[in-house]
Design a binder for this molecule. Sequence first.
Ligand SMILES: C[S@@+](CC[C@H](N)C(=O)[O-])C[C@H]1O[C@@H](n2cnc3c(N)ncnc32)[C@H](O)[C@@H]1O
Length: 241
Amino acid sequence: MLDLEDADFRYPDSENLYCQRIEKCGWSVYSNNTTEVHRGNWRDIFQDSTQASPIRKLHVEVGCSAGHVAIEWAAQTPHDAYIGLDWKFKMAYRGAEKTQKRGIKNLIFLRGRSERIQYIFGPGEIDYLYLYFPDPWQKYSQRKNRFISPRRLREVAPLLKPGGVFHIKTDHAEYFEKMVLAANECANETNSPWEISELTRDLHAQNPDRASLSIPEVTLFERMFIREGIAIKSLKLKRRG
Ligand SMILES: C[S@@+](CC[C@H](N)C(=O)[O-])C[C@H]1O[C@@H](n2cnc3c(N)ncnc32)[C@H](O)[C@@H]1O
């Protein structure tokens, strides 16, 4: 069987109910192998659906769930385009359903695996990449499933435009420290594509009203963690020009 990160990998057929619903859902959601056919040309898709000229920035949220944050961003900023990627069929379907109901044309959802990101997006295609509260894969035996590693940061860098930003937030202290190590390792390499532009271990420390922050200022998971008193860690990597 081919590895998920192999160039020839193909998603298997699925009996998932939401996979079938996605197929009937139209322009606002793509799933499995079709997430990779527009690599390098996502802006054209939006040009057709929004009739907005030109699309200013392309934002991509990895692990977007049902798009609670991306939907609000897209509604607030109609001249930018947004893509939400999640591996759960149901999340991608629900996101697309809400987007269509609200008449939002500058947001689409992809049901696919974040590990395929370099096959979904082409060089320099993304202006802003977001990874908010990725699954921490806490057990030692599961850590190979974590999205962030030095290798992944090297793979992702060419997908961003020079000046583009990769923003990561997490509640998980141990995973965050591994992210910081990975970022430092990459940023210190000769001709590194990354520089660390922001790093904090308590993003909302200065905000006494943080428990009342709402979407899209915070994500669903972030709101829950803030209310539990957990400090939010945040890292911004900037693509060097
Ligand atoms: C902990 S939730 C965070 C959701 C949201 N970002 C938030 O902050 O509220 C992690 C999300 O990542 C998605 N996810 C996990 N592994 C993934 C993968 N390999 N590729 C794409 N999405 C993934 C899950 O389905 C889930 O929606």
